[in-house]
Design a protein around this ligand. Structure first.
Ligand code: JB3
Length: 359
């Protein structure tokens, strides 16, 4: 077994840049095949395989700065020969066993608190794999993400798939995951957060400013928005922010988690969010901007008004109607045909068998 490490290209430089990686994990190479191209400020060098073998523990990727002596890869006689290296970073534990990461991937995983089980990779997690999950480009990483109102992240002018999420808290986290998993056709441009002391980014999506930036984003070609504020007990706020986004000319797509069930006979307006495990059954009518939260059930023929929040585990029997801005609490059950008015808060775990008037 041969360990291929970064050579000293010139005496006074202890780091080189990886310009190109010509092989992939598990690839068979002959002696003399190009492994990668390295560059220092004064020299460029093609690194060739000193022996034939299988590329194992490939630990570099293009664009990376890497120290002299660091491992590039190992070459083994057999494809399944065990490889232990002294210097190698401890593999990460994932639900599918141990998995290795490149340095840049490791840094992103740490910085953005990424769940490695969600990263698609082919044996070693690279920066590219992590960026893909985060839905951002390497340029986004360089973009300064100041607090609200700053110049902040790059907005790809004219992209028709750009979406901005309004909010940067717990609900925004879920909306980001749902877009990444259920709306891969959309490109997460950034988050809008009105809080003064909010985060710089959430799950790798930069905070690009406060509500004052929305108009500019729209002018610069961001056509879509999603409301990432759950406001669990004051839905009037959600209604107000939704109307603001509509007035600004944003399109608010419905976002449905791939693990939700929405029957084909369902009709809904815009800006609705259907979370994982939720069931929206036959012939349900949804208005605009409602949240059907995780594992809730909206049975056949229900009518759900605008800005409603059916919270996790709430169960609505058939033919129930729910008025605008009403919140149905977690685990509540609503009996067949009950009519719940607008601006009602149904406490968690309540059994509702009589109609409830507005407010
Ligand atoms: O219970 C569940 C499953 N989810 C809850 C969700 C429905 O509502 C979640 O646990 C939270 O209780 C809540 O999520 P949300 O709204 O993301 O809350 P929080 O995690 O506290 O994040 C607050 C976000 O809302 C931040 O981005 C704040 O800037 C923003 N926010 C709060 N109040 C506001 C206001 N933004 C504006 N523009 N105006 C406000 O009054």
């Amino acid at each position: 077994m041969e360990f291929i490490r970064v050579p000293q290209l010139n005496a006074n430089e202890d780091e080189v840049q990886v310009v190109e990686v010509a092989v992939s994990e598990g690839q068979k190479v002959k002696k003399g095949d190009l492994l990668c191209t390295l560059e220092s400020t004064k020299a460029t060098q093609d690194l060739e395989a000193p022996v034939a073998g299988y590329v194992r523990r490939l630990a570099v990727e293009p664009g990376e700065q890497i120290a002299v002596g660091e491992l590039i890869c190992a070459l083994t006689k057999r494809p399944d020969e065990p490889v232990e290296t002294m210097q190698e970073r401890r593999p990460r534990a994932s639900s599918k066993g141990e998995v290795r990461t490149t340095r840049r991937a490791e840094a992103l995983i740490e910085e953005y608190d990424v769940d490695i089980d969600k990263i698609n990779h082919s044996g070693i997690i690279t920066e590219r794999d992590v960026l893909q999950l985060l839905g951002i480009s390497r340029d986004d990483l360089r973009a300064p993400t100041d607090r609200p109102g700053g110049p902040s992240a790059t907005i790809d002018e004219g992209r028709k798939d750009g979406i901005v999420v309004y909010g940067a808290g717990g609900h925004a986290r879920v909306v980001i995951d749902m877009i990444r998993e259920g709306r891969r056709d959309l490109h997460l441009v950034g988050l809008i957060d009105d809080a003064d002391d909010g985060p710089q980014q959430v799950q790798g999506v930069p905070v690009v400013g406060d509500a004052n930036r929305l108009h500019e984003l729209r002018e610069r070609g961001v056509t879509m928005a999603a409301l990432g504020i759950g406001a669990v007990t004051h839905n009037a706020l959600r209604a107000e922010l939704f109307e603001r986004l509509v007035r600004l000319g944003f399109e608010l797509p419905n976002i449905v988690h791939p693990d939700a069930t929405v029957e084909s006979s369902v009709r809904m307006g815009q800006g609705n969010q259907i979370f994982a495990g939720a069931v929206v059954s036959s012939h349900v009518r949804l208005g605009d901007n409602s949240i059907i939260n995780s594992n809730s059930v909206v049975s056949h023929d229900c009518t759900i008004g605008d800005h409603v929040h059916v919270t996790p585990g709430a169960l609505l029997a058939g033919g129930v109607s729910v008025g605008a801005r009403t919140v149905v609490g977690m685990g509540a059950t609503v009996y067949l045909g009950v009519e719940i008015g607008s601006d009602v808060v149904v406490p968690n775990g309540t059994d509702v068998h009589d109609d409830l008037r507005d407010r």
